[in-house]
Design a protein around this ligand. Structure first.
Ligand SMILES: [Zn+2]
Length: 323
């Protein structure tokens, strides 16, 4: 598989798309919807003697715009089939509406956890302006978790491993020990456990609470840890050749953060926003939701272990206290 490094306007930097020179000729992920990304994709394909028009299959790893923004443009120009996890289909087919509903969830969560309204309002407009880098298209081939996607020379097993996003999908070439990982595991950064609307019309966690993205993500990483792999081809950065070591580092990192937060709420009950401020000071507006998701993810680990309790604080803001 050939990595094509495509620019994005986001903090994460470039995104890796993968070209599979097999029958059908396949592109995994597309890059964001921008002229610059499209130019560079065309140039990268040309280096391997292909054009956009030659592509026969597009595969999407998850719902984020840096991975799928160009999907409609490429599908139209090439006539390629579009493959994605079945649960992800409604989202790809109506990206803007889904993004709006996701922003509503984010806004409610931010207000409930103490983020000031002016920050929430500013972030909402930033998010709206980002949406232009997304895109919608018709998914012609929905993929079931656990199913096989066949090529002339290889078979990729489809694995749903949510956590970074609810739709994270891995593609496993068992014969070669290769795993196309999307943002499930990235070598140089710990993937954010972003809280998003649950897929498939499910109401979320049992009891109707917020989606517990980090708890879900840890479960997914434990499954991946058991796999026999020679390499993970990630959505950003360099290939990961020792996934067990990397996953163990991630587990240790999350444990350290959870312990740090446990210490903070032992001193006094705090809202998630107050915890974020204690950890990182005043965070930039654009980072407000990411840091909230980080804090809530780790608080969820403490809640699950019975080390924290959730209580109503002043003004309807949720506070966390030591159990
Ligand atoms: Zn992502």
């Amino acid at each position: 598989m050939i990595a094509l490094s495509i620019p994005t306007p986001f903090m994460v930097g470039r995104v890796n798309c993968y070209l599979i020179e097999d029958d059908p000729l396949t592109l995994v992920d597309t890059g964001p919807n921008s002229g610059k990304a499209l130019d560079e994709l065309e140039r990268a394909l040309a280096e391997h003697s292909h054009r956009i028009e030659d592509l026969e299959r597009i595969v999407i790893t998850h719902q984020h715009i840096d991975h799928l923004g160009l999907v409609d443009i490429i599908a139209r120009r090439s006539g390629a089939e579009v493959c994605a996890l079945d649960l992800l289909v409604p989202l790809i087919e109506d990206f803007a509406a889904e993004a709006e509903r996701n922003d509503e969830l984010a806004e409610a969560l931010m207000l409930r956890h103490g983020i000031p309204r002016d920050v929430v309002t500013a972030l909402r407009s930033v998010s709206r302006s980002f949406r232009a880098w997304g895109g919608s298209t018709k998914v012609t081939r929905p993929l079931a978790d656990g199913s096989d996607l066949g090529f002339a020379e290889r078979t990729l097993e489809v694995l749903h491993r949510p956590g970074h996003s609810p739709s994270d999908t891995l593609f496993h070439d068992r014969e070669r020990g290769e795993l196309i990982g999307g943002d499930h595991l990235i070598g140089h950064i710990s993937s954010n456990p972003l809280i998003s609307r649950p897929l498939g019309g499910k109401s979320g966690e049992p009891g109707g609470g917020r989606p517990r993205a980090l708890v879900t993500y840890m479960r997914s990483m434990r499954e991946t840890r058991e796999m026999d792999l020679s390499v993970i081809l990630p959505g950003h950065g360099e290939p990961v050749t020792d996934h067990v070591k990397l996953i163990d580092e991630r587990f240790a990192l999350h444990e350290r953060r959870a312990n740090k937060i446990a210490g903070l709420i032992e001193e006094q009950p705090r809202s998630a926003y107050e915890i974020a401020q204690s950890l990182w000071g005043n965070v930039a507006v654009t980072q407000a939701y990411l840091t909230l998701c980080e804090v809530l993810g780790h608080v969820d680990l403490l809640l699950e272990d019975g080390r924290a309790v959730e209580e109503d604080g002043p003004g309807g803001t949720v506070r966390f206290a030591a159990a």
